[in-house]
Design a binder for this molecule. Structure first.
Ligand SMILES: Nc1ncnc2c1ncn2[C@@H]1O[C@H](COP(=O)(O)OP(=O)(O)OP(=O)(O)O)[C@@H](O)[C@H]1O
Ligand SMILES: [Mg+2]
Length: 173
């Protein structure tokens, strides 16, 4: 029987400022080796989330979408950030990127790995924090920036970070 532990936390945010503040809160809780899997449709806010996360890690370079570069490395923050976008790839191509090197900590200093379109990853991870963003359907113009952010943690390290994030969000809201 699979007894893998998981934790889920969901929040509806009204605008991009709140998405950013959640990402900033998360940045303070992150430790080396944590893998963030970002999922959600085009324009749901994955890159926006990682940009704020990078600011929270103290990265001064501006973070851009890695859709064409595939992997961007930012090493001037508190912890290195490896930002990937698998949108244009399928799992067979992803295999050739040897992404495991980023969480093995031998060829690269261990950092945070943030993967957009992680649905394309095609590999099982033991410990990860998944962040699913989705637009909330509504006819009202004032709801255009509303997003559902669903966090799913698997593994002790990610579950402990998500537990602290949930507390941090509840305390500040
Ligand atoms: N609540 C919100 N959270 C995040 N982004 C928001 C929100 N409301 C509006 N936005 C806007 O939505 C857009 C999200 O674009 P972004 O590039 O982050 O999406 P993405 O999920 O990375 O898309 P892609 O799949 O193309 O990489 C930005 O212009 C952002 O300002
Ligand atoms: Mg993006």
């Amino acid at each position: 029987m699979d007894i893998t532990k998981q934790k889920v936390f969901e929040i509806v945010v009204p605008n991009v400022a709140i998405t950013r503040s959640i990402a900033l809160t998360l940045a303070n809780l992150l430790e080396t080796g944590i893998i963030l899997l970002l999922e959600g449709n085009l324009g749901s806010g994955k890159t926006t989330f990682v940009q704020a996360l990078g600011e929270g890690l103290g990265i001064s370079t501006s973070i851009t979408s890695p859709t064409f570069t595939l992997i961007d490395e930012y090493t001037d923050g508190r912890i290195p950030l490896y930002h990937m976008d698998l949108y244009r790839l399928d799992p067979a191509q992803v295999k050739h990127l040897h992404l495991q090197e980023y969480w093995r900590g031998i060829d690269f200093p261990l950092g945070i790995v943030a993967i957009e379109w992680s649905e394309r990853l095609g590999m099982e991870l033991a410990d990860y924090l998944k962040i699913e963003l989705s637009l909330q359907k509504s006819d009202r113009e004032e709801d255009l920036d509303r997003r559902l952010i669903k966090f799913k943690a698997q593994g002790d390290r990610s579950i402990s970070i998500l537990t602290s994030l949930e507390r941090g969000i509840i305390l500040t809201s």
